[in-house]
Write a protein that binds this ligand. Structure first.
Ligand code: TRP
Length: 456
C-alpha cells in the first residue's frame, strides 16, 4: 500500500478505494491465514470462530472507528495525535504503539520468511511428504534466519526508499487473486472425503469452550491482530483522509473484508486437517505453546495439494507467493509506524530511520527464528496483549477525554444520531470493561508461557 506523502509534505488519499485498499492491505496478511488457522486450531475451532466474530463486531469495529476518528481529526502521526488529544500524560500510549510495532514485526518477519521458503521449495518440487518434520527443519535455526533477514531487507528497502507505488499496484492485483485462489481451494476442500468432522470442528461450537477464558482471550487478541488495531496503524492511514467520509462505514467495510478472508481460509484448512489425519501432527486441541500448532498452515497446505499430482506444486507455490505479498504489505505498515514516529519525534532522515530500526528489529527477531516457543510467546505478548492494551487505552482516551470532539468528527460523515450513540456507548461502557476482563484473563497464561520459556 502507499502512504500518500512523506513526513515533510502530507498528502491525502485520492479516492475512497485507495484508502480502503491500503487499510485492507494492512489488515489482510499472515493474521488471516497463518495466525487464524493456528489459533483457531488451538482454541477448539468453532468456539473460537464464534467468539472471534463477536469481538470483531462489538469491540473491533468501535475501536477501529475511534482510530479512524483520531487520525482524521488530528492529521498527524500517532504519537503526536495522542499527545494532542490527551496531553503529555498520555504520551506513553504513543510509545506503547511503537513498542508493539517493533516487537510484532520482529517475529512477523520470521513467519513471512517461511512463506518465501515454502514458495521457492514448491517451485523446485522440494517439499517432502512429511511436512511436520520439514517444517521443524526449515522453520527454525539457520534456514529461518536467512529468510527472516531477506524479508526484513525487502521491507526496509521499500519503506526507506518509498518505492511503494509499484508494490501497491502489485498487491492490488495479487490480493483479489489470493482471495479467488482461497475460494477455489475451499471448494476443492469440500470435495475431500472425511472432511465432515473438519467442518464440525470449525463451525459447531461446544458450549463449555465458549466460556473458556483462554479461548476468549485468544479470540479478542486475534481480532486486534487481524484488524491491525491497537498500535496506531489504522490511525496513521486515517490521518491522510481529508474528505468527509462516513468513518463508521469504512470500519465496517474493512472489518468485513478481513473477516471474510480469514473465514474462507478456515474453510480450506479444517477439512484438509481431518481428511489427511493431520490433527496429531499439528497438536490439535493441544495445550498452548505446542511447537507445531504454530505451523498449522505450513504443515497442512502442501501435502494436501501434492495429493492432486505434479500440478499441486504450482498451486502451492502460487499460494505462498501471494501470502508473501500479503505479508509484505502488512509488514510495511508495521515498520511505517515505527519509522514515521522516529522521523516525527527525533527528526531523523527516512532512510536512516528505516535502516537503523530495520537492523534492530531483525536482531530482535533472532530468538523467534531460533525457538518456536519464543516466537509463540512474542506473538502472545506483542501480537495480542500489547494490542489489546493499546485498544483499551485508546477507547478510554476517546471515550472519556475527547468524546465531544470525536463525536463531532464522526458526525461529519455519519449523520444518524442513533448509530453515533451506539458507537459512543460502546466505546465508553462496553469496550473498556470487556478489554479489562480479557486482559486480566490473559496475564496468567502469558506469565506461565514466560516461565516455561526461561525454564523456571
Ligand atoms: N493485520 C496484519 C495481519 O493480519 C498484521 C498487521 C499489520 C498489524 N499491521 C498491523 C497488526 C498493525 C496490528 C497492528 O497479518
Amino acid at each position: 500500500m502507499e502512504l500518500p506523502g512523506a513526513a515533510s509534505e502530507r498528502g491525502s488519499w485520492g479516492t475512497r478505494l485507495g484508502f480502503i485498499l491500503a487499510a485492507v492491505g494492512s489488515a489482510v496478511g499472515l493474521g488471516n491465514m497463518w495466525r487464524f488457522s493456528y489459533v483457531a486450531a488451538e482454541g477448539g475451532g468453532a468456539a473460537f470462530v464464534l467468539l472471534y466474530l463477536l469481538f470483531v463486531t462489538l469491540v473491533g469495529i468501535p475501536v477501529m472507528t475511534s482510530e479512524l476518528i483520531i487520525g482524521r481529526m488530528t492529521q498527524v502521526s500517532p504519537i503526536k495525535a495522542i499527545r494532542q488529544l490527551g496531553g503529555a500524560s498520555w504520551a506513553p500510549l504513543g510509545w506503547l504503539f511503537v513498542a508493539a510495532g517493533f516487537g510484532l514485526l520482529s517475529y512477523y518477519s520470521v513467519i513471512a520468511g517461511w512463506t518465501m521458503r515454502f514458495a521457492t521449495d514448491a517451485m523446485r518440487g522440494a517439499i517432502p511428504q512429511d511436512t511436520a518434520t520439514y517444517f521443524n527443519q526449515v522453520g527454525t535455526n539457520l534456514p529461518a534466519i536467512v529468510t527472516h533477514v531477506i524479508f526484513m531487507a525487502i521491507t526496509v528497502f521499500i519503506v526507506g526508499r518509498g518505492v511503494k507505488k509499484g508494490l501497491e499496484r502489485t498487491a492490488l492485483i495479487l490480493m483479489p487473486m489470493l482471495f479467488l485462489l482461497l475460494v477455489g481451494l475451499a471448494i476443492w476442500s469440500a470435495t475431500l472425503s472425511g472432511g465432515g468432522p473438519g467442518y464440525a470442528y470449525y463451525l459447531k461450537p461446544r458450549l463449555n469452550e465458549l466460556l473458556d477464558t483462554a479461548i476468549i482471550t485468544d479470540a479478542a487478541g486475534q481480532a486486534f491482530f487481524s484488524l491491525s488495531l491497537g498500535m496506531g496503524a489504522i490511525m496513521t492511514y486515517a490521518s491522510y483522509l481529508k474528505s468527509k467520509r462516513n468513518l463508521g462505514r469504512e470500519a465496517v467495510t474493512i472489518a468485513a473484508t478481513d473477516f471474510g478472508v480469514a473465514f474462507v481460509a478456515g474453510l480450506v484448512v479444517f477439512p484438509i486437517i481431518f481428511h489427511f489425519g493431520l490433527g496429531e501432527a499439528i497438536g490439535l486441541g493441544g495445550v498452548l505453546n505446542t511447537d507445531n500448532t504454530v505451523g498449522t498452515l505450513f504443515i497442512t497446505i502442501p501435502p494436501a495439494l501434492q495429493s492432486i499430482g505434479s500440478f499441486g506444486n504450482v498451486v502451492i507455490a502460487a499460494f505462498f507467493v501471494m501470502l508473501f505479498f500479503a505479508a509484505l504489505t502488512s509488514a510495511i505498515s508495521l515498520l511505517e509506524v515505527v519509522v514515521a514516529s522516529v522521523i516525527d519525534n527525533w527528526h531523523w532522515p527516512r532512510a536512516g530511520a528505516a535502516v537503523t530500526f530495520g537492523i534492530l528489529i531483525t536482531l530482535a527477531g533472532l530468538p523467534s527464528a531460533l525457538n518456536l516457543n519464543f516466537l509463540t510467546f512474542a506473538d502472545r505478548l506483542f501480537g495480542a496483549f500489547f494490542l489489546m492494551l493499546g485498544g483499551l487505552l485508546t477507547a478510554i482516551l476517546v471515550g472519556y477525554r475527547a468524546l465531544p470532539e470525536a463525536d463531532r468528527e464522526l458526525a461529519q460523515g455519519l449523520q444518524h444520531p442513533g448509530l453515533r450513540r451506539a458507537w459512543s456507548t460502546a466505546i465508553r461502557y462496553f469496550v473498556p470493561p470487556v478489554l479489562l476482563v480479557v486482559l486480566s484473563f490473559g496475564i496468567k497464561p502469558l506469565w506461565n508461557a514466560f516461565r516455561a520459556l526461561i525454564g523456571g
